[in-house]
Design a protein around this ligand. Structure first.
Ligand SMILES: [Ca+2]
Ligand SMILES: [Ca+2]
Length: 203
């Protein structure tokens, strides 16, 4: 009986030793808080959170072809398009992970060549392009929604603005659609936390 008890204690000690070492090393078990920092990523609150510009003068937030809800982003759909949606992103120094997710779809009259495209970029504070993160052109499969997942962790601590931009050439239309965007940012709970107010859904 005594030998059995000792063996059990030894086994427990063996099992607990790595855990104790891990905790003593710190960080690994530090509390983490994750939030979607993107405002109105589903466009259900109209233009809230977004700055838009369109070479054709179009409202880029549309009820034409949303993936979910009643509203989505509809970029291009005309020749010589240059349509942009922008939103500043809070990516504080110390961010553990930051992940952009978006859903996109396209329709096109282009027969073969890649002439029209949709890009996701980060702009720096002065408006110049800091990084082009992701791109799709008119040769991608049309008529279906697909998800893109983009790692933003490397830009933590910088003053960045997300830009979604569609450009087209002078002939053969392409429509680009986006919806259900999110930017999940995880930071240590010890960092100052932003407050996130519920958005009012516009009618
Ligand atoms: Ca939506
Ligand atoms: Ca075209």
């Amino acid at each position: 009986m005594k030998r059995t008890v000792l063996s059990t204690l030894a086994l427990l000690g063996f099992l607990l030793a790595p855990l104790a070492g891990k905790a003593a090393a710190g960080n690994t078990d530090a509390p983490v808080v994750c939030n979607d920092v993107l405002i109105n990523g589903g466009f259900e609150s109209g233009s809230a959170g977004w700055t838009q510009s369109s070479a054709g003068g179009f409202d880029l937030i549309s009820q034409y072809n949303p993936r979910s809800g009643a509203w989505g982003a509809y970029l291009a759909g005309y020749d010589n398009a240059d349509d942009r949606l922008r939103q500043p992103l809070p990516l504080p120094a110390g961010t553990i992970s930051a992940t952009l997710r978006l859903w996109w779809s396209l329709e096109t009259e282009e027969p073969a060549l890649a002439n029209d495209d949709l890009t996701v970029s980060l702009l720096s504070a002065d408006g110049t392009t800091l990084a082009e993160l992701w791109m799709v052109d008119n040769t991608a499969p049309a008529g279906q929604w697909a998800e893109a997942v983009i790692d933003l962790t490397g830009y933590a601590g910088q003053d960045v603005t997300l830009q979604l931009r569609a450009t087209t050439n002078a002939y053969d239309l392409t429509d680009f659609y986006m919806d259900d965007l999110s930017v999940l940012v995880c930071i240590p709970a010890s960092l100052p936390q932003r407050s996130y107010l519920p958005l009012v859904v516009h009618s």
